[in-house]
Ligand binder design. Sequence first.
Ligand SMILES: Cc1ncc(COP(=O)(O)O)c(C=O)c1O
Length: 455
Amino acid sequence: MEQVKVLLNESDMPRRWYNIQSDMPTPLAPPFHPATMEIATPEQMHVIFPMALLEQEMSPAPYFDIPEEVMQVLALWRPTPLMRARRFEKALGTPAHIYFKNESVSPAGSHKPNTAVPQAFYNKQEGIRRIATETGAGQWGSAMSLACKFFGLDCRVYMVRVSYDQKPYRKSMIHTWGAEIFPSPSDQTNAGRAVLAQDPNHPGSLGIAISEAVEDAVSHEDTNYSLGSVLAHVCLHQTIIGEEAIRQMKVLGEKPDVVIGCIGGGSNFAGISFPYVREKINGMDVRILAVEPASCPTVTKGVYAYDYGDTAHMAPIVQMHTLGHTFIPPGIHAGGLRYHGMSPLVSRLYEDKLIEAIAVPQLECFEAGVLFARTEGIVPAPETTHAIRGAVIEAMKAKEEGKEKVILFNFSGHGHFDMSAYDAYLAGQLSNYEYPQKLVEEALTHLPHVTLPAM
Ligand SMILES: Cc1ncc(COP(=O)(O)O)c(C=O)c1O
């Protein structure tokens, strides 16, 4: 039989997360506090984050041990399978070997629990009782609800309104795991009420939902905020994906020529790719490719600048690729990719030319996603179809060049809650959104001005 998957034993699970900050040629610029406009101190950020996560956020240490309690929960679905997409390769007629790391096997259906579990653990350890968070597509909100339940924390989720309406069963799942959920903008916070006053039918955005969750955390003594992407500690927790993949590729005796992930805030891409960036820095010949939506092309069309992480200026100001925090992306079905900013780590690596990025339109992604579902069986999340589209582009190049290229992509999640998007696609009702250049240009006039102290 032709081998199609590599499964690791639980005892082979990586026991450490990899911190790319220890190897980056250019260190990250410091975050700024949105109220004082001065460099944010860990003590200030401690109002919403536990110290253990802040330490991971800023540390130059190359590795962090994964706590035993976290390992035990991760072992419910990890290590995840590494799959060879042989039937997909055949359908494409490519000589390329296409591998994918299947993160859809987690209980929430995506990579998101990889960081939700340690985040809940560290918050619990520091005496927090309740978590407030936002969610775009619903994957992160479900993951955090699950993780909070495992560690006995209450959880409230603010879900971007357009996704809340598109994916009603995410709400049911979040309720099943015992958390609360509100469509954002909501009437539960000042930030939400201010947006609703201007437009009662506002579709919402991740920037607004983040503002609501941060406000909730700041205004409740027993509550912390939790972010499912963007930040360095989130990317750190996701590196277990790439560390496993490196071991699995070794079992096969294969080395990827290109490693691919979709990017919303950057975390699943960080997860699969940062351990490979380490290998690249150490001499491995590998390309690393991030794929973003053409309608929200943060890295390929945004500027690299300091910007707010949210709409109401409550989250720290960080240096990253941004389309402007006031930019509201079109209501594409890949809700998890509708974010104006990008992980500062991913942004820095792009600036330093260690990674590449492309932007792809929604229809090509669904076409690739449907072909994948019809050949490999798994229905991908709309976000994940962007990585699949990236893999198709690389596989077709290999075909033109007649090369047996090895492609590895991260299958970040399944689309079982996104079937309305597939209905629309299959009925020919989906269209591409043009890059909203005018809106981005306008949004970029609202970037904050911060001054770095002289060295
Ligand atoms: C399945 C899936 N993939 C990708 C993403 C994008 O997020 P990130 O860039 O942090 O991986 C999301 C976010 O909601 C998601 O649900």
